[in-house]
Design a protein around this ligand. Sequence first.
Ligand SMILES: Cc1cc2nc3c(=O)[nH]c(=O)nc-3n(C[C@H](O)[C@H](O)[C@H](O)COP(=O)(O)OP(=O)(O)OC[C@H]3O[C@@H](n4cnc5c(N)ncnc54)[C@H](O)[C@@H]3O)c2cc1C
Length: 337
Amino acid sequence: MSDVYDVIVIGAGIAGLSAAVYTSRQGLRTLVISKDIGGQLSLTDEIQNYPGFLSIGGLELVRKVEQQARTFGAELVFDEVVKLDKDSDGLFVISTASGDEYKSIAVILAFGKTPRDLGVPGEQELKGKGVSYCTICDAALYKGQDVALVSWGEPAYEAAEILMGVVNRFYWVFPGSKPVPDDEFMGMVINSGKAVLLPNHEVLEIRGKGRVESVVVRDRVSKEVKEIPVKAVFIEIGYVAKTDFVKHLVKLNEKGEIIIDEYGRTSTEGLFAAGDVCVTPYKQAIIAAAQGVIAALTAYSYVMSKKGKEARVTADWRKINIPGREEGKRKGLKISI
Ligand SMILES: Cc1cc2nc3c(=O)[nH]c(=O)nc-3n(C[C@H](O)[C@H](O)[C@H](O)COP(=O)(O)OP(=O)(O)OC[C@H]3O[C@@H](n4cnc5c(N)ncnc54)[C@H](O)[C@@H]3O)c2cc1C
């Protein structure tokens, strides 16, 4: 088999996997490269607004789409894409963090949003070793211990609430006089006796040999610097589109989000995008999934045209044979796809 894929999808969130369902079902050789399965949806236990499901776990939903994509032949590798270029033959060349290289005719960018970094020394080295961007996922690991929370605004409510119920004490670092505007909520936090508030503070460094041991903070008013022993630092300051590695190929808005047209096309031929990484007013799962489908169908037309075949997609209602389905039906089994 040629080592050139028809389509490579970057990101296995709901957008990328929905795209892969369509490209693979259209018969395109499809590879999905992703750091993980599920993306942001894997952070939520319950989704109540995805049509067709009154209530479903985020990861459970994405796993269903993954199963569907794999059933139609999509391949999946876990890696981080660090470089994307077009070679002299017009093929896309993708390089990953583990040093592998992949080629394809078309690429769908569906790498969503990633937690915003603080950008301080020690942060990258101690990621996953006490530095966490997901309080809901990791707080339980630090039951009864002292930790730091760096957060303000909307994401801070949930993070603080979770820590109050789990840790011994959390040092709450934030830039202004209050981390959140809700005084009632702040009253609850103070009454819990769990929080040490550090208003007008910033993090200078996260320290530790192999694991987080302390955080160095500075009072922005008095300039006093202190080192606080903690086992973990929770950073919850929102999500950003980390589009640096594609900015030479696509147009971005001021937030670094990829600008696409109604067909999911970016400013480079053969390069499509979908989901939260794009300029989309509402960042929701169903919208990301639908954009994945739009990008997939346009990518299908593009790949076909590159192969000199019929290139127009109008609709996709045909039924295809799913291996094992007919046999399963005969045996009275419930077939989920
Ligand atoms: C806590 C939380 C709760 C939510 N609840 C709801 C809800 O109830 N209903 C709803 O509709 N929406 C909800 N959302 C929003 C929804 O999760 C997003 O709109 C949706 O996940 C976007 O999907 P996506 O595929 O575009 O991106 P993402 O979910 O961000 O997935 C992107 C994928 O790309 C991967 N990736 C990133 N960079 C790279 C790279 N360089 N190389 C390889 N892979 C990469 C990531 O690891 C990830 O797997 C919630 C979001 C959060 C954070």
